[in-house]
Design a protein around this ligand. Structure first.
Ligand code: GUN
Length: 305
């Protein structure tokens, strides 16, 4: 292996330390405690794990965590009423509605009912527009985490060729906007892209966010390129044996084939331990940023796009 491993777990810890230091200053100098409200509708097990983890880390950096767990059959009107109350609550600086929502709830309507300045996910249409026009926005957490790691590794990414694989609203599109805003030459690719291997091979920076296990092999990567793997895929791992119930054990893999990509790349994020830990760290960073903006205070350095 030749690539440098970009340790997202360690980097996320440094981001959380910066957030905690800023929170301490807000408390000491301004008697303000940033607050993050997380809304979970239903009992999706993966969402419950994420929400618990967000709440725990919010408290660890000194912020207030407000958790609202609603039953799966909650009506749209009740959910919108809760969001309206959180929008008006001065102790709440960030609001996150955990996705996916149950089918009877209109996700776009719900997300767009969050006050844009409290939309720490950066999913509100106003924030999408602000980011796309290079204005001050709340930036989606996963792409923000990727950008922080890229800046840390490269210093500046200006002028580099970046290829984003995947066009989702949560990762692919905002990632492309951030890279463009940082003066990369950006190509967005997707399932219909012709000659994907050739396109990826031109890139100095590859961001893979398609959700297809190990889709990108090492021979698509330009020697020395930086590979940011956003994928978190669970696949069968028969080599690890079976569980007590007789089912095959699983392992996590990214969208890139790690071993072969690491032979060619200059730097690569592992899965797990790469992009994943950065997402919650950036949620905390966005909450402290939202709190500073709400109070007309200087934004924390190094925690914004
Ligand atoms: N579900 C999976 N990832 C996310 C995320 O980043 N934000 C929200 N709100 N829900 C999610």
């Amino acid at each position: 292996m030749t690539a440098q491993i970009i340790d997202g777990k360690a980097f996320a810890a440094t981001v959380r330390e910066k957030v905690a230091a800023h929170v301490a200053r807000l408390k000491e100098e301004h008697a303000i405690t940033p607050g993050l409200a997380v809304v979970l509708v239903g009992e999706d097990p993966a969402s419950q794990v994420y929400v618990r983890s967000k709440g725990k880390m919010t408290v660890e950096v000194g912020m207030t965590s407000f958790e609202h767990k609603l039953p799966a059959e909650t009506s749209e009107a009740d959910l919108l009423a809760l969001i309206e109350a959180l929008n008006a609550d001065k102790s709440v600086h960030g609001i996150l509605v955990q996705l996916p929502l149950p089918d009877h709830l209109d996700e776009d309507l719900v997300i767009n009912s969050i006050a844009p300045e409290k939309d720490v996910d950066g999913f509100h249409i106003s924030n999408v527009g602000l980011l796309g026009t290079g204005q001050k926005a709340m930036v989606p957490c996963t792409p923000l985490g990727c950008l922080m790691m890229l800046r840390d590794h490269h210093g500046s990414v200006s002028g580099l060729d970046a290829v984003v694989i995947g066009r989702s609203n949560i990762v692919g599109k905002p990632m492309a906007q951030l890279l463009l805003g940082n003066s990369c030459t950006v190509t967005i690719t997707h399932s219909r892209t012709k000659n994907l291997a050739d396109v990826v091979k031109r890139a100095d920076i590859v961001v893979a966010a398609v959700g297809r296990p190990e889709m990108v092999p090492g021979d698509w990567i330009k020697p020395g390129a930086t590979v940011i793997d956003v994928g978190i895929n669970r696949i069968d791992a028969p080599e690890k044996g079976t569980k007590e119930d007789g089912s095959v054990k699983m392992r996590l893999v990214g969208d890139c084939h790690f071993d072969s990509c690491a032979e060619v790349a200059g730097a690569i994020t592992p899965v797990p331990g790469g992009v994943g830990p950065m997402t919650i760290a950036c949620l905390l960073a966005n909450t402290v940023t939202a709190c500073c903006r709400a109070n007309g205070l200087a934004e924390p350095e190094g925690l914004t796009a």
